[in-house]
Every structure is written in C-alpha cells, then in structure tokens.
Write a protein that binds this ligand. Structure first.
Ligand SMILES: *Cc1c(COP(=O)(O)O)cnc(C)c1O
Length: 229
C-alpha cells in the first residue's frame, strides 16, 4: 500500500508538471493537505514528508487534532462551511479561512479574532457552478463581499476560493476556474491586492493550475479515500 509520504510526493510531482505545462514559475502553487476525517497520526506522517499546511472542514474535529499535534509547527486552514456559532472558535484557532461566503460570517470573524494572533487570512468562497452547489457567494455578489472583508479589522483579504462541481467536460471545468481568476483580476484592477486563488482538488488540480491556482487543496490523493461521514 502506498504510504502518505509517497502519495504526497506523487501529488507534488503532479503540481510540478502542471506548473511547467502552464509555463508558470516554480513555487507559484502551494499545496494545502486536506486532512478532514483522518487522524493526527496521518498528519504527523505528512509533516514528516515536509507538509506543514493542513485544511480542515469541521471545527470540533480540527480542534482535537490541533491539541494532539500542538508539538508541531503546523498552519491550519479552515475550508468548510462556516456555522455562525463556530466563528469564534475559527477566529481563535486557525490562520486561514477559505470559506467566507457572507457578510455576517466575515464580521463575526473580524470581531472574534484575537488581535495578538495577527490578522486572519481570508478567502471569499465563490459559487462558480450556479444553482447546483450551495456554498459560496454568487459571482455577482462576490466583489461587494470582498470589499467588505478588505475593510474589516483583524482580517486580511488574500483571495478567492471555489469548489466547482466535478464534470467530465474539461472545457467547462476550465471555464469555472477561469471565472474565478477573472473575478480576482477585476478586484485587483480596482485596487484590492488579492494574491491567492484557492482552487483545484485531487481530481482537477491540473485544470486549476492551468487557470492560475496559487493554492490547491488536496485530500484523497494524499490520505486516501475518506470513509463516509
Ligand atoms: C474535502 C475537500 C477538499 C479535498 O478534496 P479531495 O477531492 O479529497 O482532494 C478540498 N477542498 C474542500 C473545500 C474540501 O471540503
């Protein structure tokens, strides 16, 4: 059976090839290892393989892992749906949040972020797939939400995140990622400074990198299949 370290290496080479194929510079794409449902030991193994950034979707599960792994210098990213009653725990314990999709969540995170922790790094999640997926702000409302985040204290707007629906249609798949990139470019053209496009997962990271992803969020290809929750 392949180990986590060998799968991590395989994912890094996929990223590397996609970066080369896209004619992009080395080190322009960061790997976020999505460890949801996997135990602390799996994260320890990935850390031994050089991985320091981990993404989690469920707050309680993440907090337990943070406690179990407090001896390691890890950076935690919250990538799941933000429940209003969890904003304080998120603001206090994570370095990044990729899934801000409404004003209220942004305001609560800003309010709850302990000033001594530095600014919370935020991506606005955009629903680029239309009706079929529920998470994320619609593309037409994304700019207003991004401007709001950029103006809040204790938050730093880093970029945009999307989870396009899986599709065998590679043209459609690319177009979803391209849409997120255009939104980012438009916001930067009006004076914001977004440096992050959080897009691409185990099945579609090549397409995302071709369209400008700067952070890919990869779970299954590193840790294996998840048990159904
Ligand atoms: C689970 C998850 C991932 C990882 O998906 P894989 O297909 O396992 O790579 C990435 N992003 C988000 C937001 C997720 O919830």
């Amino acid at each position: 059976m392949a180990t986590i370290i060998s799968r991590l290496q395989a994912v890094r080479s996929r990223i590397q090839s996609a970066v080369l194929a896209a004619g992009r510079g080395q080190e322009t794409v960061q790997l976020l290892a999505v460890s949801k449902t996997f135990p602390p030991e799996a994260i320890r193994e990935a850390y031994a393989g050089g991985q320091t950034d981990f993404g989690e979707n469920y707050v309680q599960e993440a907090l337990a892992k943070m406690r179990a792994l407090a001896d390691l210098p890890l950076t935690w990213h919250f990538i799941g749906p933000i429940q209003t009653n969890k904003t304080r725990a998120i603001a206090e314990n994570f370095t990044w949040v990729h899934s801000v999709d409404r004003e209220k969540a942004a305001e609560r995170l800003a309010h709850a972020r302990p000033p001594g922790s530095g600014r919370l790094q935020v991506c606005v999640q955009v629903n680029v797939s239309g009706e079929r997926s529920k998470s994320g702000v619609s593309p037409d409302r994304a700019p207003a939400l991004a401007r709001l985040v950029a103006g809040l204290p204790n938050l730093r707007l880093r970029g945009l995140m999307a989870i396009p629906e899986p599709t065998p249609d590679s043209v459609l798949q690319r177009s979803r990622f391209a849409e997120l990139r255009r939104l980012r470019d438009d916001l930067n053209a009006e004076g914001l400074a977004l440096d992050t496009l959080s897009m691409g997962m185990s099945g579609d990271l090549e397409a995302a990198i071709a369209e400008g992803a700067t952070m890919v969020r990869v779970g299954t290809a590193i840790f294996g299949e998840r048990a159904r929750r």
